[in-house]
Design a protein around this ligand. Structure first.
Ligand code: NAD
Ligand code: GLY
Length: 365
């Protein structure tokens, strides 16, 4: 398979996303690798045994000294305590400003490594080597880095771009099926917000994606990255447009926080959240029932949830609203939703609480 590259166009902070097979072992010779005195691979206890030795061997060609830090696995560890372990290893090994960080793992590792790179000595270079579908189509691209707070998801972080992203599709072979489906959740979102032709392609190729057909995965990763590049290139710091990438996330983040981080996967929360946001759009007269049904049907085919969980027995909708007010898109306590204003076009708007309550009541188990 011939690798393809997608550029994130950000003037002096521009970089490429390489997508293909057999890229991991060749990474040490990549011409776009940052120069450096040493490297630190950040991974977790699941991914490190699978791929860290290979990345280490590849990087030894480029950086004489390469260390590894292995973090605990899981969204529930995306916090200060785990982040501190990265700084501990950097300082214990005398890492300087020319130390390059490599994120080897899914979105949790990518977000934490990026935040560590943004803040260690006020900024060191970093490279994303995403090993989940979700990270390859979304989280490794665009420079959002963060950790969670018990009161809200991704609340503490920074915008900080990697210098290179390398998506080796071969690493997806070891991904559990539930995680593959979660990644497809983030792929589906690109249809309603921007590209209904891609949505139709997903309808045709969903079975191929689920059986990990290499060509189908390559196209899905490439098209997702192209759309994200187009958005991030215009609005790196989410002054406006970039918020459309959060379709389904306002409800989804409430699900993740409300259930306890790690109970629902991020992509699962986004999936049910997209149905809720689609239904809210319908009740606001912006799309018809046929569109919401088409969205729901594709999410079902991906094996993802289309109904939100109950997160509070006494006042479920009230708890969703409470958690959603902490969303980063909220302004002065007013929740702003990514809504679909006709298939393929997203807008960010508030909605009346009473209507949101109706949607939550209708869309939760
Ligand atoms: P994850 O990082 O928790 O990875 C999912 C699971 O798969 C983990 O158990 C991991 O150890 C395992 N894994 C990873 N690669 C594997 C492989 N190749 N083989 C076997 N197992 C493997 O979850 P995720 O879905 O990748 O990312 C979700 C996170 O990404 C969330 O924290 C979310 O907030 C964040 N996110 C960030 C952005 C952004 O723009 N920065 C965008 C979307 C999501
Ligand atoms: N995943 C949303 C964003 O990158 O903006």
């Amino acid at each position: 398979m011939v690798p393809v590259s997608v550029e994130i166009p950000l003037q002096e902070r521009s970089y490429f996303i390489d997508i293909g097979s057999q890229l991991l072992d060749a990474l040490g010779a990549h011409p776009a690798l940052p120069k450096g005195t040493s490297a630190l691979i950040v991974s977790n206890e699941t991914v490190a045994p699978l791929y860290a030795d290979r990345l280490l061997a590849a990087l030894k060609h480029k950086y004489g000294i390469v260390h590894i830090v292995v973090l605990p696995d899981g969204e529930e560890h995306k916090n200060w305590q785990t982040l501190q372990k990265i700084f501990d290893v950097l300082l214990e090994n005398g890492a300087d400003r020319k130390t390059v960080l490599f994120a080897l793992g899914g979105g949790v590792i990518g977000d934490m490594t990026g935040f560590a790179a943004a803040s260690y000595m006020r900024g060191v270079p970093f490279v994303q080597v995403p090993t989940t579908l979700l990270a390859q189509v979304d989280s490794s691209v665009g420079g959002k880095t963060a950790i969670n707070h018990p009161l809200g998801k991704n609340m503490i972080g920074a915008f900080y771009q990697p210098q290179l992203v390398v998506c080796d599709l071969d690493t997806l072979d070891t991904l559990p099926q539930r995680e593959l489906a979660a990644g497809i959740g983030e792929i589906i979102k690109y249809g309603p917000i921007y590209d209904m032709e891609f949505f139709s392609w997903l309808e045709t190729n969903m079975d191929a994606l689920l059986r990990r057909d290499r060509a189908a995965l390559a196209h899905a990763v490439k098209r997702s990255c192209e759309i994200k590049a187009w958005v991030v290139g215009q609005d790196e710091r989410e002054a406006g447009l970039r918020a459309i990438l959060n379709f389904g996330h306002t409800f989804g983040h409430a699900i993740e926080a409300g259930m306890g981080y790690g109970t629902w996967l991020h992509g699962e929360g986004v999936a049910a959240g997209m149905v809720m946001a689609g239904e809210l759009s319908r009740r606001l007269g912006m799309v018809d029932a046929a569109f919401v049904e088409r969205l729901r049907a594709l999410i079902v085919r991906a094996g993802l949830p289309v109904r939100g969980p109950r997160i509070d027995e006494a006042d479920n909708a009230g708890r969703y609203l409470q958690l959603m007010r902490v969303d980063k898109k909220s302004e002065a306590g007013e929740i702003r939703f990514v809504l679909i204003d006709g298939p393929g076009k997203a807008v960010v708007k508030p909605a009346p609480d009473a209507l949101v309550r109706e949607v939550i009541d209708a869309c939760c188990a």
